[in-house]
Design a protein. Sequence first.
Lengths: 285, 305
Amino acid sequence: MNGATGRQQCYTYCYTTPRKKKRAEVLFYSTPPQSAVGADMSSCVLDEQNFYRCCCLLLQQSEQLNDGWSWEAVQDSEEGYLRKTTLRSVVINSSTVWDLEGSSSESEPSDQQAQESEQSVPVALDEPDTMEDDTDDDDDEDDGVCAVSKGNSKVLQYEYHIMYSCSYSTPVLYFRASTLQGRSLSLEEVWSSVHPNFRLRLQNSPLNTISLQEHPLLGQPFFMLHPCRTEEFMRPVLLAAQEQHRPVNYVLSWLSVVGPVVGLDVTLRYSQLHPAASISSTESD
Amino acid sequence: MADDKDVLRDVWFGRIPTSFTLNQDEVTEREAEPYYLLLPRVSYLTLVTDKVKKHFLKVMRAEDVEEMWFEYEGTPLKWHYPIGVLFDLHASNTVLPWSITVHFKNFPDSDLLHCPSSSVVEAHFMSSIKEADALKHKSQVVNDMQKKDHKQLWMGLQNDKFDQFWAMNRKLMEYPTEEGGFRYIPFRIYQTMSDRPFIQRLFRPVSPEGNVHTLGDLMKEMDPAALPNDGEPKRYQVVIHGIEPLLETPLQWLSEHLSHPDNFLHICESHNPPSPVLSSVYISTPPTTTPPLLLSEDLFIGREG
């Protein structure tokens, strides 16, 4: 087992936002080469078997971290999906105007509703003990308390599913959101709870966006982040890891990029887990 | 012998005579008459029912009208499925016209997707086309098209323009000759008695050894229970566009000729016999040496006009 190179490593993936030009950290959980290999490195796609292996690994780590992921299997088969529910306190207002802390950057879309003097910002309060160990991480605009005025602050239940798309050979994120009374959120409300920096990027490419879709296993309406651009942003991540001979958990890396867009944070502590502790069995060569 | 191109036309112009009746719990100012329409099998409910909405709005007050939705015998109809699929799946044993109930209240948002405008239908349609090309060509053909080409596909469907649509769609039906077919076949199999909405998996049109895969090969792989063992009676019909193609039909040929405009083969496993009015396609010789493949029932796809 490559003990030395197998420890946690960080790789910065450049995800520039129009406003702050910050970089979001994407963390790879590196594993010994003979266990779950995240992807076919030559083509940067993920085949179904590797998807299940990556999910298995993520599950083991999630259990250690108490991060709440579970596996829902389709009856009598290996097929299934990762599932997690969270509670978020979000300001829901379909005419939400975003206060970007004083700087009215020209790159922001001019919002025709920007007449309100006080503006509301979503406050996402994650479950406890997810971000405690942040040290170098960039400030996440969602952390902390911002000026909250118009619009209701509601506690919402979010349910996230990670499934495999055989058409695109990538994971896909499905989610739904409802109030505690059980009322489902509309697409407009979900949009208004997406951080403006993410919203701008999503709106520019309509197919790389959030839409209401039929869940392929359950048949019910879910929101989905379209997977057709996944290979684009995963490629630099995978190629860099390949150059440095470090395997990658494709699903975990992918999730840390797309999850925050829809309010799902991936704790940095995944990177701090000892690889050996979570590998129960390794693939035979 | 019919030309293969005639099959494309027969598929495109297939129609289902439908009557729309207002749900009796809706509040109306006077009695609402049913509205009759020939629905295109290959289109989507919310795209072709503006007239239905206008008709019923005449007898209703604006405040009683919310998002329109459709139901057949208690089952909400998913607008994002092609109309012909909904019919073959839920109503193929019904006496025509197909009797659909119209609702303007109590939208079942745990069952149905919202459809506030035709741009939602367009996004869904284009998303299917993109996904189909991801399977057939690793997205190369659809990504090489320009935005106006994508628009042409959509406008062709929306305005029922066969030539306009196929001028562009033929590119999505090409493949390198040496490959013998697409990379994978875009298909979905719908079963009435299943929790799953559909079966969709990777399946190649040609085996690594070079054998041409048939519809029967696909069904055997995806749902072995669908096909009877020798000597047993048929348990299900395998229905595409209201007809039962022979199980020996090459899958690649089916994908090129019996796909919906979204480039997917939508296959229904039905307990019910296909409606006798609606469909017959005389499938001509695929480009191999086999004799013409006839369908198991002699029926006709009604052409409009």
